[in-house]
Design a protein around this ligand. Structure first.
Ligand SMILES: Nc1ncnc2c1ncn2[C@@H]1O[C@H](COP(=O)(O)OP(=O)(O)OP(=O)(O)O)[C@@H](O)[C@H]1O
Ligand SMILES: [Mg+2]
Length: 255
C-alpha cells in the first residue's frame, strides 16, 4: 500500500512544486515506485517534467470530474520508477463544477485507492490555496509536508493551514499527520534566512526536517529543461539537499 504525501502551503511560490518533483525523483532513485499527482491547475509539476500539457487528451481534470479512470491518465516520466498524473489548466474550471457535486471531498482519495498497490509513494503537489483541490489532497493523504520559504512572512497563513488540517482530521481523515516542515530557498549569506529558520524551529520544533534546501540557481533552471535538479546537475547543492531530504522522508515514513 502506497504512502500518500501531500505537499501543501496555501502561500504561493514557497517551493511546493520544486519539492514535489525532486522528492519524487529521489525516492524513485532509491528504488521506490513513485507516482506524482499534479492537482494544481497551473500544472507546474507536469511542465517541469517536460510534459506538453496541450497535447494531453485526458488528465487529472477528467479524473476529478469522474469521467476518466485514474489509471488511464497516468504517464511514465523519463525516469525509472517515476510516474506522473498530469493536469491541465482546465482543472480550475473543473474545480468550480466539482463544487456542485455530492461527493466532492474524497474524489482524489478514491482515485488513488485504485492504484495504491502499484506504488510505494504517492506525492501530491497542491495549489496555493485552501481550495477544494487542496482539501482533496489533504483527505487523500497519510502525511502532509509543509514547505516554508525562509523569507519574511514565512509563517504567515500557517495558523490557518493548521486549522484546515485539524478540520480535515476531525471530519474526514483522523489519521492525517504532519510529516514535517521543510525550509526552502535558504540563503546562508543573509541573516534573515537564519533568523526565519530559527523562528520556524521555535514554532515547529523537531517537526522541522534537519535538511534545509538552499537557494540554488540550478534548482530554478532545471524545470525549463523538463527535468528534476538531480537529473540536471546532480552535483549541485540543490540536488544534494533534495537527496538528503528524501532520505529523511524515507526514515520518517518507515514504520
Ligand atoms: N531552492 C531553490 N533555489 C532557487 N530557486 C528555487 C528554489 N526552490 C524553488 N525555486 C524557484 O522558486 C519559484 C517558486 O517555486 P515553486 O514553483 O516550487 O513554488 P510553489 O510553492 O509550487 O509555487 P505555487 O504556489 O505557484 O504553486 C520557482 O521559479 C522555482 O524554480
Ligand atoms: Mg506549485
Amino acid at each position: 500500500m502506497a504512502k500518500v504525501i501531500c505537499i501543501t502551503n496555501q502561500k504561493g511560490g514557497v517551493g511546493k512544486t520544486t519539492t514535489s518533483v525532486n522528492l519524487a525523483y529521489f525516492l524513485a532513485k532509491d528504488k521506490f515506485r513513485v507516482l506524482l499527482v499534479d492537482v494544481d491547475p497551473q500544472g507546474n509539476a507536469s511542465s517541469g517534467l517536460g510534459l506538453e500539457k496541450t497535447g494531453l487528451e485526458t488528465s487529472m481534470t477528467e479524473v476529478m470530474l469522474g469521467v476518466s479512470k485514474f489509471s488511464d491518465i497516468i504517464v511514465r516520466t523519463a525516469f525509472k520508477n517515476f510516474d506522473l498524473a498530469p493536469t491541465t489548466p482546465q482543472l480550475a474550471n473543473a474545480e468550480v463544477e466539482m463544487a456542485g457535486m455530492k461527493q466532492k471531498f474524497a474524489v482524489l482519495k478514491k482515485a488513488i485507492a485504485t492504484v495504491a498497490d502499484d506504488y510505494d509513494y504517492v506525492i501530491i503537489d497542491s495549489p496555493p490555496s485552501l481550495s477544494l483541490l487542496t482539501v482533496n489532497g489533504m483527505i487523500a493523504a497519510d502525511y502532509l509536508i509543509l514547505p516554508v520559504q525562509t523569507e519574511f512572512y514565512a509563517l504567515e497563513g500557517v495558523a490557518q493551514l493548521l486549522e484546515s488540517m485539524a478540520m480535515v482530521k476531525k471530519a474526514m481523515n483522523p489519521d492525517l499527520k504532519l510529516l514535517g516542515v521543510l525550509a526552502t530557498m535558504y540563503d546562508k549569506r543573509t541573516s534573515l534566512s537564519a533568523e526565519v529558520l530559527a523562528e520556524v524551529r521555535k514554532y515547529f520544533k523537531e517537526k522541522v526536517f534537519r535538511t534545509s534546501i538552499p537557494r540554488n540557481v540550478r534548482v530554478a533552471e532545471a524545470p525549463s529543461h523538463g527535468v528534476p535538479v538531480g537529473a540536471y546537475d546532480k552535483f549541485s547543492k540543490g540536488a544534494k539537499a533534495y537527496k538528503e531530504f528524501a532520505r529523511e522522508v524515507e526514515e520518517r515514513t518507515e514504520q
